[in-house]
Ligand binder design. Structure first.
Ligand code: ZN
Length: 226
């Protein structure tokens, strides 16, 4: 099957001219989520990367390949980079051009096996279609220094609720820490970590994501066509 190329979009539907870059993802950025997976509270952010081949659109539907194992959802606030950010960038948040939401899909059993073996997580975290992304709201329409909240529903049940002021590492601190190792370029995204309430996705699920009072975004989970 030919893979549909992903492109970042504004909520207006207009395409964003930047190429889809890498996703730098944060693990364990909410105390209650670290605890639900019996992980220690980190002293510095846990970072991992998904390539652009992992990106797909959250709406109106996305596919999962159940042969890979159980897929777990992790709803997260997503920052879209508009201008290059390095470790020397003074106000890194001012270089974020868009805010969206996404699911960091995770093959949880495989991740547990890889963790137990001390191996990297890529198979469980960076596979094709593992970053399901919403369209982006222009950052100038939001006050990024003010708390933002988001919600995720599965089949009408509220599963996750996140607030940026409950993050262990706040957005500007995250960008400073990320760019000590990884330069962020236009079209890259930062997935800022998931709050508690992660769980299993099933083919046929109806999903919804909502950032603050913005319009609710709906999706359906479909089986991949083999
Ligand atoms: Zn995550």
């Amino acid at each position: 099957m030919e893979k549909v190329m992903y492109q970042h979009k504004w909520v207006s539907g207009e395409a964003i001219s930047f190429p889809a870059g890498k996703a730098v993802c944060i693990g364990r950025n909410y105390v209650a989520h670290a605890q639900e997976l019996n992980n220690p509270i980190p002293e510095s952010p846990l970072l991992f990367i998904k390539p652009a081949s992992a990106f797909c659109d959250f709406s109106p539907a996305f596919t999962i390949n159940e042969q890979l194992g159980e897929h777990h959802y992790e709803a997260e606030l997503v920052l879209l980079v508009g201008e290059t950010i390095t470790a020397d960038t003074l106000e890194p948040l001012s270089h974020i051009c868009g805010i969206g939401l996404g699911l960091d899909l995770t093959l949880r059993h495989l991740q547990s096996q890889l963790k137990a073996q001390g191996h990297p997580w890529e198979r469980a975290k960076a596979f094709d279609g593992s970053a399901c992304l919403s369209a982006f709201i222009p950052a100038k329409e939001l006050e990024l220094t003010q708390p933002l909240e988001f919600r995720f529903w599965q089949n009408g049940q509220l599963r996750q609720y996140g607030e940026t002021d409950k993050m262990i590492f706040k957005l500007d601190h995250l960008l400073q820490e990320v760019t000590r190792y990884f330069t962020l370029q236009p079209g890259d995204i930062v997935m800022t970590g998931t709050p508690q309430g992660v769980g299993k996705l099933n083919v046929g699920d109806s999903l919804a994501l909502q950032l603050g009072d913005f319009e609710q975004l709906k999706s359906q989970v479909q089986a991949i066509l083999q």
